[in-house]
Design a protein around this ligand. Structure first.
Ligand SMILES: *Cc1c(COP(=O)(O)O)cnc(C)c1O
Length: 234
């Protein structure tokens, strides 16, 4: 089941990538399997079926699952990060997708410096100013970028976006296109041009459109693992 779902998703990614007229670079699209509220057995199945990258929303949940997943995987933190969890976040995650304030960037930078690590991060943009979502507003991005230049233990690898949950995912297209423009603009800055390579956008209901508009990381949970059961923590 999981294996078949992954094959289907990969097939759709390949098909939509061919339709993409605006590739930000030639990196292949990275499929991050989102495993929040799913059990480690399901995660093993996904990794056995060629998944290399795992996305978790919460540091605590990832910390508990990590030692149980004996297989090799790259871990992505895709959920909102609180400053009191940055030490663990730096320890466990290869890429943090959800940096959205100077305060948080500084805290991660300090934790990374203490751990003698260069932490790869994405900046999450709240393009549509949804109150329920984290992310920096577009107009606050320049100040965050300016602050990032002095944070030597952070490496800015790109941008992340969570689209509004429209009934018709086609409505997300213009937001994805706008994100690609912001990506292009940001990567013109000589401080970031060498390291910016990821545009993380697209989830189960909208990843096809995201890929067509230039996403090269998609974060897919439900289409691989089925519906999440929030009544129990995996
Ligand atoms: C849960 C989650 C996903 C995956 O959502 P699905 O609809 O299950 O594919 C992707 N990105 C983020 C930030 C999430 O929290």
């Amino acid at each position: 089941m999981i294996k078949d779902n992954i094959e289907k998703v990969r097939h759709e990614i390949d098909r939509c990538r061919k339709n993409c007229r605006y590739k930000i670079n030639d990196e292949p699209v990275l499929l991050v399997a989102v495993t929040k509220n799913h059990e480690v057995a399901a995660m093993r199945e996904a990794v056995d079926a060629s998944v290399t990258d795992i996305g978790e929303n919460r540091v605590q949940e990832a910390k508990r699952k990590l030692p149980l997943l004996e297989r090799e995987a790259t871990w992505h933190l895709i959920g909102h990060l609180q400053t009191n969890k940055v030490k663990d976040a730096v320890k466990y995650f290869s890429l943090i997708h959800s940096v959205d304030s100077i305060h948080l960037a500084e805290a991660i930078n300090k934790a990374a410096a203490d751990a003698k690590k260069i932490q790869d991060i994405l900046i999450q943009i709240n393009l549509v100013k949804e109150e329920s979502k984290s992310g920096v507003y577009e107009e606050d991005l320049p100040a965050l970028l300016a602050a990032m230049k002095k944070l030597y233990a952070l490496r800015l690898c790109g941008l992340m976006f969570i689209a509004p949950n429209y009934d018709d995912p086609e409505k997300c297209r213009r937001h994805f296109a706008r994100m690609r423009e912001i990506f292009t603009q940001t990567s013109k800055d000589s401080d970031f041009s060498a390291t910016m390579k990821y545009l993380s956008m697209g989830m189960s209901h909208d990843y096809k459109i995201a890929v067509e508009e230039g996403a090269n990381i998609v974060r897919v949970g439900t289409a691989i693992f089925g519906e999440r059961d929030y009544t129990k923590e995996a």
